[in-house]
Write a protein that binds this ligand. Structure first.
Ligand code: IPD
Ligand code: CA
Ligand code: CA
Length: 255
């Protein structure tokens, strides 16, 4: 199935790439920061049509059209364009993210970095890959030498879960903090050792599903802020190379 997920992620990525820099119909979702464009919708439509054709009994959970339950134990969890704000502003950092779950466990995940043309992929138990080359997390176990990444939810003005305080605390004790604007790419950059850790609050299942599997298959871990295992519906996400996880937990809980 992984080759099928890759195939459709790349096709959707082509739609996104073709739309980049073109005139956009922008609509607001929850507020003026939370955008959706005709390209998000076109990408999602293409992916859903593909699933319907190839796997007519599978369920779908997609960002723009929600949950459509079916009879199968498989569910496709789809973010048709992760990084819409970047996309709409002409910043070439965005992805297509597709995870497939079987009875609630992610069995396959693909994040397609559209402008760099890099396919990140993983199957449960099979390792993680970037364009078919095996990737692994960094060996760094020192938070002071760690490069971290985060993101902010669209309701950041309300400072949910003390996101600002945690941002300050982690920035002070690490080598640096970045904010790229595509959570799916953030997970993959931890998976390939670019970043050592990633944390964010109020992500959605479609931001998490594929990236979490890719990172875990690259040797990393993803937990809540209590260090416990999470599923894709979790509110607080801490993802790392595993080695700096205890140090990040310490800071995230004592800001
Ligand atoms: C967003 C991106 C961003 C993250 C936001 C997400 P979207 O997804 O992943 O990096 O900080 O929380 O909502 O809206 O571009 O699909
Ligand atoms: Ca997203
Ligand atoms: Ca999206």
């Amino acid at each position: 199935m992984i080759n099928k997920i890759i195939e459709i992620a790349k096709e959707a990525g082509q739609v996104v790439r073709d739309g980049f820099g073109k005139s956009l119909d922008i609509e607001f979702k929850t507020n003026e920061s939370n955008l959706v464009t005709q390209i998000d919708k076109a990408s999602e439509k293409l992916i859903i049509e593909y699933v319907h054709k190839e796997y007519p009994t599978h369920s779908i959970l997609a960002e723009e059209s929600g949950l459509s339950e079916n009879t199968s134990e498989f569910t496709w969890v789809i973010d048709p364009l992760d990084g819409t704000t970047n996309f709409a502003h002409g910043l070439p950092v965005f992805s297509v993210s597709i995870g497939v779950q079987k009875n609630g466990n992610t069995v396959g995940g693909v994040v397609y970095d559209v402008m760099q043309d890099i396919v990140y992929s993983a199957e449960a138990g099979g390792g993680a890959y970037a364009n078919n080359k095996r990737i692994k997390v960094s060996p760094n176990n020192n938070l002071q030498r760690a490069l971290l990444v985060t993101g902010f939810p669209y309701n950041i003005a309300d400072n949910p879960e003390h996101a600002f305080e945690r941002f300050v605390a982690l920035t002070k004790v690490s080598r640096g903090m970045r904010r790229l604007g595509s959570a799916a790419i953030d997970f993959c950059y931890v998976a390939k050792g670019v970043f050592d850790g990633f944390w964010e609050v109020h992500l959605h299942p479609w931001d998490i599903c594929a990236g979490k599997l890719i990172l875990e298959e690259a040797g990393g871990i993803v937990t809540g802020f209590d260090g416990e295992t999470i599923n894709i519906f979790a509110v607080k996400i801490l993802a790392s190379n595993k080695h700096i996880h205890p140090q990040m937990l310490e800071v995230i809980n004592n800001f």
